[in-house]
Each structure stands twice: as C-alpha cells, then as structure tokens.
Design a protein around this ligand. Structure first.
Ligand code: ATP
Ligand code: MG
Length: 398
C-alpha cells in the first residue's frame, strides 16, 4: 500500500480556489454590506477573529470574487518593509496604500493609463526622497510639492479611490480597500490620528469601503481606538467576527481535502477538540498524519503531544518575534492562569509604564485577553505548546 502524506497549506496558498472551503455565510454578509455602492452608500468594516481562524484567506477570496464594477486593493501591513520592528511611519503606510490602489487598476481597461504612471508617481512620492519636484496633478488631485508633507500625501491617497469611481461612473461603482494586520497601526506614535484621518475622508465618500482586519481580539485597545465609543469611527464600523469551523464543517473539510486520512468516530471528535475548528491547526495537524492508519482517540492524543511543535508552528514563529518583556509577561500568566493588574505589576521588576506598554502590545496582537479586570493568555494552542515545552525541557522556549 502506498502511504500518502498530506500536504495542506500553512500559509495562504497561491491557488485560492483549490483550498478555500465554505465561508458562504461570511462572504454573502460582506457582499450585502458592499451592495450599497450602486446607491452611493459605503459601509466601513472591521473583520475580527482569533489567530489562524481564516480572516486573511476569507478576504482574499472576497477580493477575487468581486464583480468587475468594483475595484479592490489589499494591503498587508506586516509586509511593509520594517513594519515588524515597529519603525514604520504613517507615510510608509500611505505610500504603500497608494501603490496597491494603483496596482488594482492594471487590468481595468481605460484605467490602465493611470496604472501606467505608477512607477513614476511612486518614485516622486517616495518617503525616502520626498522629491516632489515637477509635481502636477492626478485626476484633479494635486500631487504634493513640499518635502515631507504628510498631510498632502495623505489627501492625495485618501481622495484617490473616490475620484477614480467618480471619473468612471459608467463602469465602476465602488472601491474596496482591505487593510490586513491593522493592529500594527498600534505601533505608530499616534494611532488615533491615523484612524481619525481615514474617518474624516470616508465620511464624505459614498463609494469607498475600507475593510480593516488583523490578529487582534475584539476587546483590544486598538479596536477601541478605531471603533469604540470614543474611537474614530465611534461604533459606526460594522464589526464582523470570523468564527472557527463548526464540528460539521471540520468533518466536511477533512472529507473533501484529505479523504485518505481515516478516523474512528471518537478519533474524529478528539481531532476537532484538539484543533478547535481553527483551519490553521487543522492543516498543520493533518500534515503530521499519514494515510496508512485509522486514527482512534488515543492515537490522536498521542500524535497531538508528540507533534505539538509542528501543530503549533504558527506560535513557534510568533514566539520568535516577541520581545523579552512580552515573553516574560506570557510566562507569568502561564503559571498564574489569570491575574489582576496589581498582581501582575508585583511580579515584574520594571515600571508600571513599561508593563502597560507591553501588555497593550500583547493585547493588540491578540495574545493577551483582559476580561473581568483579569489578564490571561487565551489561545489554547499557545497554552498547550508552552505547557508541553516546559514539561519536556524544564523551561519555557527561549
Ligand atoms: N476557508 C478556508 N478554507 C480552507 N483553509 C482555510 C480557510 N481559512 C483559512 N484556511 C487556512 O488556515 C490558515 C490560516 O488562515 P489565515 O491566514 O487566513 O488566518 P488569519 O485569521 O488571517 O490568521 P492571522 O490572524 O494569524 O493573520 C491558512 O493556512 C489557510 O490556508
Ligand atoms: Mg491574517
């Protein structure tokens, strides 16, 4: 017998359709929110959900399926050079936004002529050189002349999508701009200012929808800043949570994607419990299994603990990007389960201010939850991985 080893994607596959499963409800919900373009009504959306639940894949699929009369751009902030180190500025983001907006005009008939200007426009607006010499205007929006003039650069970029729609009413109804990993905006000196800026433009734009999404919890500081009662959008953004696959969905998914892996009914149930229905864990778990066996409950448990490094690979990668402060806070909370602020402060030997900075960072990253005034680590896979590592090695991963 030939033993087949499954090979499901751990990132977002380039062949979206081959691996994309279901999410019909979410796609149709978002379509409904976008359907106002025809009547000049634009909604602003905030897509939330835990790490690895499938937000990015969902929005890429959405983008792919938009009708030809809706333009779309996708910007992953973590892909902007330097973003991970938290040194990125608003200017970089505006510049990258402009780049993806221009890129979206590539295969759009007569809009191609604007796309053709992309390289020269971007060069002139480069945050490095800020050489706005010989600036003119584009679709009637003035191109900034002055060095490091963020205000003018942002007007150009923020007015651009509505202007494109207005100038092409016959065949274009709307422009969708997806901003992924938006929690990284929390690393700006003034995240509120950025959100207020976006809000100040979108409130006068009837054909532009921004979809913000990222790895953050619905209760994080950054969500508060963008859409909380005192946040820039003040609750006017439509918040759409993405949930893990249901038990039935998980079974369907397995049957469709890897029919070669066999389970007993109890094994299947345990598999669902171990992965929580998170597609990222389903995929990484499946990749440790093989087709020559029928997995019962015990084998699933055994495989889970033996292959935890591979199954929790997403967290292994994230762990390596955390600062020592962040790791220490997580380790304290692993030992204590949940702690109030004062108890947390008493366990570290640095200032309240430093602790606040790093707990907020962990909250923005969707790692730390703050419920009923208590801090805790809420991701079961992260917890399992750390606990298991500690048990095996005697210390937490370095
Ligand atoms: N609907 C789906 N069908 C099949 N596979 C999926 C689906 N959604 C997500 N996946 C798989 O799950 C993994 C995680 O998905 P994705 O990167 O979209 O999650 P995310 O919510 O954006 O996570 P993060 O918060 O870390 O950015 C990917 O490997 C992807 O291939
Ligand atoms: Mg994502």
């Amino acid at each position: 017998m030939v033993i087949k080893l499954p090979n499901l994607p751990l990132g977002i596959p380039s062949n979206l359709d081959k691996y994309f499963f279901n999410r019909k409800k979410e796609l149709s919900q978002i379509d409904t929110f976008l359907s106002g373009f025809k009547n000049n009504v634009a909604n602003q959306l905030l897509v939330t959900g835990r790490r690895g639940v499938g937000k990015s894949f969902l929005l890429m699929k959405l983008k792919m399926e938009l009708p030809p009369n809706v333009l779309s751009a996708y910007l992953d902030l973590s892909k902007i050079h330097g973003m991970q180190k938290g040194k990125i500025t608003e200017e970089h983001v505006m510049h990258s936004l402009f780049e993806v907006m221009l890129e979206s005009l590539k295969d759009k008939g007569s809009l191609r002529k604007i796309y053709n200007l992309k390289e020269s426009l971007l060069k002139r607006l480069s945050p490095k050189t800020y050489d706005f010499k010989g600036a003119g205007n584009l679709l009637g929006i003035p191109i900034p002349k002055v060095d490091d003039n963020y205000e003018k650069l942002s007007s150009l970029v923020m007015e651009f999508p509505q202007k494109v729609v207005d100038d092409n009413r016959k065949n274009i109804d709307g422009f969708v701009i997806i901003i992924d990993e938006f929690q990284l905006i929390g690393e700006f000196e003034n995240p509120e200012a950025f959100f207020w800026l976006v809000r100040s433009f979108t409130q006068h734009q009837d054909n532009v929808t921004y979809i913000f999404t990222g790895s953050t919890s619905a209760t994080s500081e950054i969500v508060e800043k963008i859409n909380g009662a005192h946040g820039a959008f003040g609750g006017r953004m439509i918040q759409l949570p993405v949930e893990p696959f249901s038990e039935e969905d998980t079974y369907e998914y397995l049957k469709e994607m890897i029919p070669e892996i066999k389970f007993t009914p109890q094994g299947l149930k345990r598999f669902y419990k171990c992965t929580g229905g998170y597609p990222s864990y389903i995929n990484s778990f499946c990749n440790t299994m093989s087709s020559g066996t029928v997995y019962d409950e015990e084998m699933i448990i055994e495989t889970f603990y033996n292959k935890l490094d591979q199954i929790a690979i997403m967290w292994v990668a994230i762990w390596s990007t955390l600062s020592d402060y962040e790791k220490e806070i997580i380790e304290i909370l692993m030992e204590a389960e949940a702690l109030k602020w004062n108890d947390l402060v008493s366990q570290v030997d640095y200032s309240n201010k430093t602790l606040l900075k790093y707990t907020n960072r962990l909250k923005n990253k969707g790692i730390l939850s703050h419920v009923n005034k208590k801090y805790s680590i809420n991701d079961i896979m992260l917890r399992s991985w750390l606990k298991n590592f500690k048990e095996k090695e005697g210390y937490y991963p370095p």
